[in-house]
Design a protein around this ligand. Structure first.
Ligand code: ZN
Length: 167
């Protein structure tokens, strides 16, 4: 059997402390004061450019990555807005400004995430852009732990940790 892994490679579970800022230096998210991120490297749990940056890093090492919008959550698409008339909204759904919705395309089963951006007399306007679309983002990441993935984690393609929401 392999001993404790020395540096990040695909198929290892990596515990990461991170901080994320936009290009104005505004803090967007941080593991500071909360649980670190635990990911299975190489299985798309992180943006591809972040996995790339982590590859080969040892425990205790830090890296800073600046991602253009296209490498992060995409450019802002001015076409990605849809007006949903009130009579198409199920009566048990209470629409609120800023509310996050998951909509399923009934023909493909694909799930889209959208945000209520405007309430109009004729309906509500949904924005299908990711909230961080169009943003250049700066990630600071520090590897704090490495371990081999379990067979189950590899089969599922994600890490299992205490806060993992299992399906
Ligand atoms: Zn799982």
């Amino acid at each position: 059997m392999t001993s404790t892994p020395r540096s990040v490679e695909n198929g290892l579970v990596v515990t990461i402390e991170y901080t994320l800022w936009d290009d104005e230096g505004t803090l967007i998210d941080s593991s500071n004061g909360q649980d670190p991120l635990i990911i299975l490297q190489g299985y798309g749990e992180l943006l591809p450019r972040l996995e790339e940056a982590l590859r080969g890093m040892a425990v205790g090492e830090e890296v800073e990555v600046v991602l253009e919008a296209a490498d992060a959550y995409g450019e802002h698409d001015p076409e990605a807005y849809t007006l949903i008339p009130h009579d198409e909204i199920p009566p048990d759904v209470d629409m609120e400004l800023g509310m996050e919705l998951y909509l399923e395309d009934e023909s493909t089963g694909e799930v889209f995430e959208a945000y209520v951006t405007e309430m109009r007399p004729e309906g509500v306007v949904l924005d299908f852009n990711h909230p961080l679309a169009g943003e250049t983002l700066r990630f600071q990441m520090k590897v704090i732990k490495l371990r081999l993935a379990t067979a189950e984690e590899l089969a599922h393609g994600h890490s299992h940790s205490n806060n993992h929401h299992h399906e």
